[in-house]
Structure formats: structure tokens, C-alpha cells
Design a protein around this ligand. Structure first.
Ligand code: GRF
Length: 185
């Protein structure tokens, strides 16, 4: 069974959905720990309530080097980014090439970076969506694994559209990760 570390910075709803799918056996993996660069991330409390191990990292060079060593020592197979709001440095990405996966709330390459849902909502696009991709040194530029379209309906408020995007993320991140972890489509 693959051993994973989940990196978050905020609410952690994707982490929570994935943790629940792992607990029920829909996704076959073992969560070693949840890592956050933000002590105030509300996802940390949610992870602790689920009985998961958590760790806060102050995002500085020496701590990042120790983190790389820790992940190697703990034989972490995959690093799952779920709302982690930092660009991982090249040293990190090179060590774990094809082992770091991210979810982004747009149909990349559209709307890379921050406020992707808002920018997608304010566009003339009929569809927004989500992208699951491997992480490289760039911002939301790594090889795409899967994309899912989400309709932007005429009477949508931003909150409606955002809720539909998050639902799509929660339903599909685990599904795609399960395929990657098991090699079965
Ligand atoms: C998600 O929309 C994810 O795609 C993006 O950041 C958001 C994190 O939300 N990378 P949450 O912390 O999982 O609730």
C-alpha cells in the first residue's frame, strides 16, 4: 500500500475528503501525516479530529531540507498537495519527480495561480473545471493527469459555482489517486 503525505495551507476540504475515502477503503493508501506551512490552517484541526498525525513546518530553507530528508527516511511514496499555497523549490521537486501531485480549480493552462475560481467565474467560458497534475518547478505547469469540466450556469453566483467546483474536486481527486496508487484504471 502506498504511503502518502498530504500538504495543506488552509481549510483542508480536499484532505478531509481524501482521508474519508481512505478510511472507508475507497482509496487504498496510508496517510503518514498531514503537513501544513500555516499553524492556523483549519485543516490541521480537522485532521487531528480524524486521528491523523499533523506537523507544522515553518517554510524556511533549512526546514525544507530537513523535510525532504524526513520524507525520504519515512519512505513516502507520494506527496499530495491539497490547497498547499507554496511553490515547492527545485531541489524538492527534483528529489520527488513524478511523486508530487496537485489539484487546481481550473482547466489548466487557463487560470494558473491564485483566485482561479473567481477568474473562471468572471470569464465568458461556459465551463470551468478542475485539473489534477504532477508538480514541476513552475506554478501549476506540470504534466496533466486528468481534467474534469464543471458547468458555469447563467444564474450562478460565485458561491454556487465555487461549491460545484469543490464538489467535483472532492469526488475526483480520490478516484484519480486510487488509479495512480494501484495502477488500475
Ligand atoms: C482547492 O480549490 C484546490 O484546488 C486549490 O486550493 C483549494 C483548497 O481547498 N489548490 P481546501 O483547502 O482543500 O478546502
Amino acid at each position: 500500500m502506498k504511503k502518502i503525505a498530504i500538504f495543506i495551507s488552509g481549510a483542508g476540504s480536499n484532505m478531509l475528503a481524501l482521508a474519508q475515502q481512505i478510511q472507508t477503503g475507497t482509496v487504498e493508501a496510508k496517510i503518514a501525516y498531514i503537513i501544513s506551512d500555516k499553524p492556523e490552517a483549519t485543516g490541521i484541526k480537522k485532521a487531528q479530529q480524524l486521528g491523523l498525525k499533523t506537523q507544522i513546518i515553518s517554510w524556511q530553507k533549512e526546514n525544507i531540507i530537513s523535510l525532504i530528508k524526513q520524507l525520504q527516511k519515512d519512505d513516502i511514496d507520494y506527496i499530495i498537495l491539497a490547497g498547499f499555497m507554496r511553490l515547492l523549490p527545485p531541489d524538492f521537486v527534483n528529489v520527488f519527480s513524478q511523486k508530487i501531485i496537485n489539484i487546481h480549480p481550473s482547466l489548466l493552462p487557463k487560470y494558473k495561480g491564485l483566485k482561479a475560481i473567481k477568474r473562471s467565474f468572471e470569464s465568458v467560458d461556459k465551463y470551468g473545471g478542475i485539473t489534477i497534475h504532477y508538480v514541476d518547478e513552475g506554478m501549476d505547469t506540470g504534466p496533466i493527469i486528468a481534467q474534469f469540466k464543471v458547468p458555469r450556469l447563467p444564474n450562478d453566483t460565485l458561491a454556487d459555482f465555487e461549491a460545484r467546483i469543490h464538489k467535483c474536486e472532492h469526488e475526483n481527486y480520490g478516484k484519480i489517486l486510487q488509479q495512480i496508487f494501484t495502477g488500475v484504471k
